[in-house]
Design a protein around this ligand. Structure first.
Ligand code: URA
Length: 461
């Protein structure tokens, strides 16, 4: 990063904070001054915290958000994927409960010919990120060198590694401060944070899954669309092809929430090909994964249109090539897949059923409350240094809207202590409502934001 002494003499952080507090705008070089100062120590964290709060309330205009994103990218190294033959692609979800689409969509897209290099940070969310889920596979290592990552992507078309420490250091610092100052939920700060990492990670094609609802950052579809359009624009200005699927996160995605449970569910879907026979609870997860894989193929130019992309993804699911690619990828990174193949990855000490107290139609479980229960069981972390229990979580046995009889098993709690299992079972039963009338089930996929930022409702696709 460049010497900040010249900038230091021209700007006052105090004045910049006051201007943003009063609703004014920051110039590109003022944003540079701030972030460079934050990293070299000349701007103390308390001033960055104050600036973040001012941004939280006043927002950033598009030019400021672009400048912030570019400065975060410039704060560290960038991965150079240009030596890899073929189309390099990445997929990113803004985060949700039970969201293991990456584990299904990426092997499918790789099996169809895309080259996928993904960096995944350890999550501070209540239920673990992709890196945490993969760590549930014995022996799997996320710390490949850059040369190993490039070789693996060139060879089998898929690698997932931990966030490189030298990539976007400014985001790391900003995120830690946002996390401690209640300023995470800011649309421009989320957009700059996500897209700076995606741009620095080097892929040419990026498909975003922007979620809304109680288990997501964005409360409703309108704000998810706004975030998606901004992120698509940020990617395009950096020369990347980006689209965003807008999907609901009011209730958990698929059947499982918890790290090993989620890997097992993703494996079941890939392994069984037709997947949902006998497991209606996973149908939404399967569908969204196919849509995301198809979108990657279409955007990457490997499918002539979206419908062909989805169809190619379906074929890779049905013929087992996606499953083979998942196994190949896990093994290439040291993973022992024998338990996964045998359906024995989940080894929790205590498994307790949650039963329907009455007969009726099962309402959708609230994603945020399920996340709290799963965090209580030990599947997520509050601080980065917290240990995760990979074996714990919840598995739903009935889909929302199903007719259930009193005494039917609605879900299972996986826990490492009986006390926690009993508490979680009681809490889960408290949030699973059985209704006399069929509940309204929100459509899973709301629509899409295309490369030009156009909003395409799902019904029109
Ligand atoms: N994920 C990120 O990487 N950054 C944010 O700000 C929010 C979610």
């Amino acid at each position: 990063m460049a010497d900040n002494s010249f900038l230091n003499s021209r700007f006052s952080m105090y004045d910049l904070i006051a201007r943003k507090r009063d609703g004014g705008c920051l110039q590109t070089e003022e944003i540079s001054f701030w972030l460079r100062g934050m990293l070299d120590g000349s701007v103390p964290d308390y001033q960055t915290a104050a600036m973040l709060m001012a941004i939280f309330w006043r927002g950033l205009n598009e030019a400021e958000t672009f400048a912030l994103t570019e400065e975060i990218v410039a704060s560290g190294e960038q991965l150079d994927l240009s030596g890899i033959e073929g189309v390099t692609a990445d997929k990113h979800s803004t985060g949700g409960v039970g969201d293991k689409t990456t584990l299904i969509a990426m092997p499918l897209a790789a099996a169809c010919g895309l080259k996928i290099a993904k960096m995944s940070g350890r999550s501070l969310g209540k239920t673990g990120g992709t890196a945490d889920k993969l760590a549930a596979v014995p022996g799997f290592k996320l710390d490949l060198t850059e040369a190993e990552l490039l070789a693996q992507v060139a060879d089998i078309g898929l690698a997932v590694v931990a966030q490189n420490k030298n990539l976007t250091p400014a985001d790391k610092r900003l995120y830690a401060l946002r996390d401690m100052t209640a300023t995470v939920d800011s649309l421009p700060l989320i957009a700059a944070s996500v897209m700076s990492k995606k741009i620095a990670a080097g892929a040419g094609v990026i498909v975003l899954d922007v979620k809304y609802g109680s288990g997501a950052f964005m409360p409703d579809a309108a704000s998810a669309v706004e975030l998606a359009r901004l992120m698509v624009k940020l990617g395009r200005s950096a020369g990347r092809r980006v689209t965003a699927v807008i999907s609901a996160m009011a209730s958990p995605l698929g059947a499982a929430v918890g790290n090993a449970l989620e890997v097992a569910e993703a494996a079941e879907i890939l392994q069984s090909g037709q997947a949902v026979r006998g497991n209606e609870v996973s149908a939404d997860l399967r569908r969204l994964s196919v849509v995301l894989a198809g979108e990657l193929l279409y955007l990457g130019g490997l499918a002539a249109d979206r419908a062909t992309g989805w169809q190619q993804a379906e074929v890779a699911l049905a013929n087992g090539l996606g499953w083979q690619r998942l196994l190949q990828f896990l093994q290439a990174q040291g993973g022992d897949v024998s338990a996964l193949q045998a359906g024995q990855l989940v080894q929790a000490e205590f498994v307790l059923p949650v039963l329907a107290a009455s007969s009726g139609y099962l309402a959708a479980a609230d994603a945020a409350r399920v996340a709290e229960i799963v965090q209580f069981l030990g599947a997520g972390r509050e601080r980065l240094e917290d240990e995760i229990d990979y074996q714990v979580g919840v598995r739903f046995k009935q889909p929302a809207g199903a007719w259930v009889e009193a005494g039917d098993v609605l879900a299972e709690i996986y826990a490492s202590s009986l006390l926690r299992a009993e508490t979680a079972a009681r809490d889960l039963q408290g949030i699973l409502s059985v209704l006399p009338e069929p509940p309204q089930i929100e459509p899973l996929i709301w629509g899409l934001v295309d490369e030009q930022g156009q909003v395409l409702p799902w019904a029109e696709l």
